[in-house]
Ligand binder design. Structure first.
Ligand SMILES: Cc1cc2nc3c(=O)[nH]c(=O)nc-3n(C[C@H](O)[C@H](O)[C@H](O)COP(=O)(O)O)c2cc1C
Length: 345
């Protein structure tokens, strides 16, 4: 499939970015985090809009039976696109789930010119620097104002980012461990993990072995055990922290909530990156139904539906820069439509 070729479709409408700008923005959008780096999105570029579709063929049936992580991952890519375009001087209007008959059509993005401000550029610059950092973090805490910035980044998307401390944190850590044990006992889950993780550098998707540490316990927190990890951790004397645990929660629990939670995931992790913090999603307690129910009940006091847990903190002193994880070529994920109608995809 050609990627935004010159002259292959009708010319973009006036008031719409040129092909080079769109190509660069889509490349940045695809830098978004996704569960096991499955990159479960498809983009359709029409003369007047960019459409985002979920790619159900990329769902992980054992890890993500309900496709929750899949929609979240697409939400993160949607926010990355909006951030990139804003830095290029285009403000986005997003219609989410525009067609109830096509649930995989997650968003239609239309654009209008608008001068980028400094915050737009800072956010976009964080896209290529953000990594899921699974190593130990430094032990010093975030200041209250730094936490407040992350909370407000999520709130902008209608999502509550709740910092979990004290007894609730102990409950959360226990649920993460229970979800991990439940998944580790499932042979289909283990097969999926072996297929999608521990990948060599030449792979266009999946989690590279070089990005997963051998160490998976930080204090009382157990993190996902990936297959064939090769990443060394920081010196134990300087990096032993698990970081601050944040739960992203929504008022309802439907496709729209997950899409919004994905956008908030992008917003929070880019804000953390821009502030020189590190972060990593932890989705196991949301993937396992029983853990998710308990998370809602005991950690979120029945006030919110949990969508994702994030570990956020400071890099351990001297921690190396992690390699970027690979992405599929744009030709695999972008299609062109000569007409504005998304149904003709
Ligand atoms: C919905 C979602 C769930 C994820 N769950 C986990 C997880 O449980 N543990 C983990 O280490 N990384 C998790 N990740 C991070 C992905 O593995 C990561 O985004 C992907 O490998 C690409 O790497 P990058 O984030 O460094 O670009 C998750 C990401 C998303 C969007």
């Amino acid at each position: 499939m050609a990627v935004l070729p010159t002259g292959a479709v009708s010319a973009p409408e006036a008031g719409f970015p040129d092909r080079d700008t769109l190509r660069t923005a889509l490349r940045l959008a695809c830098c978004a985090p996704s569960v096991h780096n499955t990159q479960p999105w498809r983009w359709l570029v029409a003369p007047d809009a960019v459409h985002l579709y979920a790619d159900p063929a990329r769902r992980l049936p054992a890890t993500d039976p309900e496709g929750r992580d899949l929609v979240l991952s697409c939400g993160a890519a949607l926010h990355h696109l909006v951030v990139a375009l804003a830095a290029f001087g285009w403000t986005a209007r997003v219609r989410r789930l525009p067609d109830p008959e096509v649930p995989d059509h997650l968003a239609t993005v239309t654009l209008a010119p608008a001068a980028a401000d400094r915050a737009d550029v800072v956010r976009a610059a964080a896209i290529t620097r953000r990594r899921s950092d699974r190593r130990a973090y430094a032990t010093w805490p975030m200041r209250d104002d730094q936490q407040a910035d992350l909370v407000s980044a999520a709130a902008h998307h209608g999502v509550v980012a709740r910092v979990i401390e004290g007894e609730a944190r102990a409950d959360l850590v226990r649920l993460v461990a229970e979800a991990d044990a439940r998944q580790a006992a499932d042979s289909d889950y283990r097969t999926e993990l072996a297929l999608w993780t521990g990948r060599h550098a030449g792979s266009a998707d999946g989690v590279p072995a070089a990005n997963t540490p051998r160490e998976t316990r930080y204090g009382d927190l157990v993190t996902r055990r990936f297959s064939a990890p090769t990443l060394g951790g920081p010196d134990r004397a300087i990096g032993t922290g698990a970081g601050t645990l944040v739960v992203l929660g929504t008022a309802s629990d439907d496709r729209m909530s997950r899409l919004r939670a994905g956008e908030a995931t992008s917003a929070v992790t880019l804000a953390a990156t821009a502030a020189r913090m590190v972060s990593c999603p932890l989705s196991q307690p949301v993937e396992v139904r029983a853990a998710r129910d308990l998370l809602r009940e005991s950690v979120l006091r029945d006030e919110l539906f949990p969508q994702l847990v994030l570990r956020v903190g400071w890099p351990a002193p001297g921690a190396s820069t992690l390699p970027a994880t690979p992405r599929r070529p744009l030709s695999e994920v972008v299609g062109l439509s000569g007409t504005p109608s998304p149904r003709r995809a």
